[in-house]
Design a protein around this ligand. Sequence first.
Ligand code: AMP
Ligand code: MG
Length: 423
Amino acid sequence: MTNTTSLQPPLDAKSGMKPKLLSVHEAQSRIMTGVRVVSSEQVDLSRALGRVCSGDIRAALSHPPAAVSAMDGYACRSKDVMDLPARLRSIGVSRAGERFQGHLSDATCVRIFTGAVVPEGADVIALQEDAVEIEGEVEIRDVPPVGRHIRRAGLDFAAGEVCLKAGREITARDIGLLAACGHARVSVRRRPIVAILSTGDELVPPGDEPGPDQIVCSNGAALAAAVTTWGAAPVDLGIVPDKVEEIAAVVEQARGADILVTTGGASAGDHDLVRASLARHEFVPDFWRIAMRPGKPLMFGRLGELPVLVMPGNPVSTLVCALLFLRPALRAMLNVTPAIPGFEKAILGVPMPENDQREDYVRARLGLAGSNIVALPFPAQDSAMLRTLAEADALIRRPPFAPPATLGAEVEIIRLDLSAGRF
Ligand code: AMP
Ligand code: MG
């Protein structure tokens, strides 16, 4: 059993000052090294969208399988169309799905359609608009260069070539590619199972009428949705009141999940009992408290094999922590790189004050000024204000101890509509 008070960062021996809080980046790294890559499973293409390839996928077929025409026209030999116009005898038809069986001899051509195999001997595709059929013959009036409009065998990919790399998040385009490659099933990472536990005496489930001192639990539903968006499978363990025994009992139900996420009760208040509840088990803490706003009381550790992420209860803190810590953890479990998404640049539409020691994630709207992305922070940033998070386009990252930023200063942002428009 672990003594949770050991998690309190000790006072610095020399200065007697409070020690530095763990940086966001350090916390992310420690979480990512604290989780394991999940196993893989086979799924049909119809279920592969958004899943992650567990290994490199090689083409089982070549595409196209033989040289085919990219246009409708006449397949002919270049030596027969040196002098134009040229009169050729049409000896057959090659269409997609049914090739012409013979081969071209002197002064002959074959009517050909897009996708049809190019007959043996042919090296030129005369376009149909440059040819006229006259009395059983074809007069070719113009020809493109040799090889133009002929897709050689394996032009797109040859059997054995890698078409999708391990770690690829499968898009609709990739599904087309997989099908063309000859794969009706694909090996993907299993969806990591995320157990979600909401703690708080004041919480009632969505849809229930809250009593005078109660509020609706929004974290469980929001986290389940976030986790689903990020390719994992949520398991909602529901709401537990602020009682050590009860929290400790429900924590048991998370065994077998790939990660347990709790919300609420993470701070040092009288009713913040998640640490005490975990300490009833064989919890091994890794860190507690980070230099970040919102989300300072974040805690991470392991319960045997089970990584546990303890998040603060304020709805904005929960979701911002989920974006910054749970999402990278899930990406690490799915073996997707980079696990931590990078920042984009924007310029400030208003000045911002200097920052203290905590890395700040500020809800903002985005607009455009010429080719610049302009970020406009919401004036109120209370971490209980879920509506501003819903309305925000991005979070502005303000580094610890950032000096005051003037209007037009460059800042880093994370867009919140990461998956919008991806196909
Ligand atoms: P706590 O982290 O438990 O101190 O909670 C901080 C604030 O977040 C309090 O105002 C709680 O009422 C609120 N809160 C905690 N859990 C949830 C939840 N699951 N849904 C919505 N609000 C919550
Ligand atoms: Mg609470």
